[in-house]
Design a protein around this ligand. Structure first.
Ligand SMILES: Cc1cc2nc3c(=O)[nH]c(=O)nc-3n(C[C@H](O)[C@H](O)[C@H](O)COP(=O)(O)OP(=O)(O)OC[C@H]3O[C@@H](n4cnc5c(N)ncnc54)[C@H](O)[C@@H]3O)c2cc1C
Length: 358
C-alpha cells in the first residue's frame, strides 16, 4: 500500500469476472495518484453485506466505492451501482479534486544545491581559526544528516558521503584543507559523478532584486526537505519492523539538532543566529517527540520567523511574508479554529518530498 496514502478507497464488489476486471483497472488508476491507496473486497454476498453493514452502508446495489479520509474523518460513499471504470473514476476524481487541490509548487534542486554549496563554501569558511572541537562536531553532524537525507541529485549525495568519511577520519582540520576537499581541487579533481555544483542560482528563491531571498530561502527549503526525508525513512524502516508508523525507529531530533548546530557555529547571518538560538529553537526538545512532530516544529518555527519579519526591511515586496501555506494553497490546512496539523503534514510531504523535487 502507498505509504504516503492519506485517503483509502475501498471497492466492495461482486466476484464475477466483469467486476474484478473493472476493480483491477480502478486500483491501477488509483495507484498512480499521490496520497491515495485502494483495496478491493469481494466475496460471497453474506461477506459483502456484513462488510457494508459494519460501515453503516445500506447494501443495496453492488459495487460500492467508499473513501476513508485522513484523521478519522467520516467515511463517505462515493459511488454505487454502475460498474464501469469511467463513472467510478469520475466520482473518485471529483471527490479528491475538491479535497486536495491545488497541487503544491515544485521544490527546485537548484535552490537546494545552491544553498547547500553556500553553506559549506561560504558560511563554514567564516569561522575563526581551525575546525576543531565543537565546530568539528557540528560540521560532522550537519554533513551527516545531509549525507543521509539530502533529497536532491545523487552526485551531491555521493560528495556528501565522501566529505563525511573524510571528516570522520580527523579530529581537526584547517579551513583550507576543508575547502580543498569540498571543491575537490587540486588533488581530487571533480569526478563527473561526485560533486556539488559551485554555480549558484535561484529559481523559486529568486528575489525581485539581488538583495532579496536566495541563500536563506534555499536553506529553509533544505531543512524542511530534510525533516520530510527523515520522516519518510523512519516510516519505511518501521514498516519493515512491523511497528507503529508514528513510533520513531530513528531519532526525530536528528535533523533539528544538526540544523541548530549549523546555525550556532556557522550561519553567517548574525541576527538570524541570535534570534534562532535565543528564541525560536528553545522549544525543540520539549515539543518534538516523533518525526511528524519534527516536520511540524520546523514549519511552526519558520512561520514564527515569517510573522516577525512581516513588513521588515528584508522582506521582498513581491514575496510578502505570510503564514504558510496560505488558505488558497491549502484550504484543508486551515480549520475553523486554527491549523489542521494532519493536512499541514500532508502538504509539507507533498511539497518537500523527493517526488516533488525538480
Ligand atoms: C534559521 C533561520 C533564521 C532566520 N532568522 C532571520 C532573522 O532573525 N531575521 C531576518 O531578517 N532573516 C532571518 N532569516 C531569513 C528569513 O527567514 C528569510 O529566509 C529571508 O527573509 C528570505 O525570505 P523568503 O521570502 O525567500 O522566504 P523564506 O522565509 O526564506 O521561505 C522560503 C520558502 O519556504 C516556503 N515557506 C515559507 N514558510 C514556510 C513554512 N512555515 N513552512 C514550510 N515552508 C515555508 C515558501 O515556499 C518560501 O518561499 C532566517 C533564516 C533562517 C534559515
Amino acid at each position: 500500500m502507498n505509504p504516503d496514502a492519506q485517503y483509502v478507497l475501498l471497492l466492495l464488489e461482486r466476484s464475477d469476472q466483469q467486476a474484478s476486471i473493472t476493480g483491477q483497472q480502478v486500483l491501477l488508476d488509483i495507484s498512480n495518484m499521490r496520497g491515495v491507496a485502494g483495496a478491493r473486497l469481494y466475496g460471497n454476498l453474506t461477506d459483502r453485506q456484513r462488510a457494508a453493514s459494519s460501515m453503516y452502508i445500506e447494501p443495496t446495489t453492488w459495487p460500492i466505492v467508499v473513501v476513508f479520509p485522513p484523521h478519522g474523518d467520516r467515511m463517505q460513499r462515493l459511488h454505487w451501482g454502475s460498474w464501469r471504470t469511467s463513472p467510478v473514476m469520475r466520482a473518485v476524481n471529483d471527490y479528491l479534486r475538491k479535497r486536495m487541490l491545488p497541487l503544491v509548487p515544485p521544490t527546485y534542486n537548484r535552490d537546494l544545491e545552491s544553498s547547500l554549496w553556500q553553506s559549506l563554501s561560504h558560511d563554514v569558511q567564516l569561522v575563526e581559526g581551525e575546525l576543531n572541537g565543537d565546530k568539528m562536531a557540528a560540521l560532522r553532524e550537519y554533513v551527516g544528516v545531509l549525507a543521509k537525507y539530502y533529497p536532491g541529485e545523487q552526485r551531491v549525495v555521493r560528495k556528501l558521503h565522501q566529505l563525511l568519511h573524510w571528516l570522520w577520519g580527523r579530529n581537526a582540520t584547517t579551513l583550507q584543507e576543508f575547502s580543498v576537499k569540498l571543491t575537490g581541487k587540486p588533488d581530487q579533481p571533480h569526478g563527473n559523478d561526485t560533486y556539488i555544483s559551485d554555480v549558484v542560482g535561484w529559481v523559486a528563491c529568486r528575489g525581485s532584486q539581488p538583495r532579496y531571498r536566495g541563500y536563506t530561502c534555499g536553506l529553509w527549503q533544505m531543512f524542511h526537505s530534510l525533516t520530510v526525508a527523515a520522516e519518510a525513512a523512519n516510516r519505511s524502516m518501521n514498516s519493515g519492523l512491523q511497528s507503529s508508523p508514528s513510533s520513531p525507529a530513528t531519532d526525530p531530533l536528528e535533523v533539528l539538532h544538526a540544523m541548530r548546530s549549523f546555525v550556532r557555529h556557522f550561519f553567517g547571518c548574525q541576527v538570524c543566529r541570535q534570534n534562532f538560538l535565543n528564541h525560536e529553537s528553545v522549544t525543540m526538545e520539549t515539543d518534538v517527540h516523533d518525526h511528524e512532530g519534527a516536520m511540524l516544529w520546523m514549519w511552526r518555527v519558520h512561520n514564527s520567523v515569517n510573522r516577525r519579519l512581516s513588513g521588515a526591511f528584508s522582506e521582498d515586496p513581491l514575496s510578502p511574508k505570510v503564514q504558510f501555506p496560505v488558505e488558497s494553497a491549502c484550504p484543508l490546512c486551515h480549520g475553523k479554529v486554527g491549523w489542521r496539523p494532519g493536512d499541514v503534514l500532508y502538504y509539507l510531504r507533498q511539497m518537500y518530498g523527493a517526488g516533488n523535487i525538480v
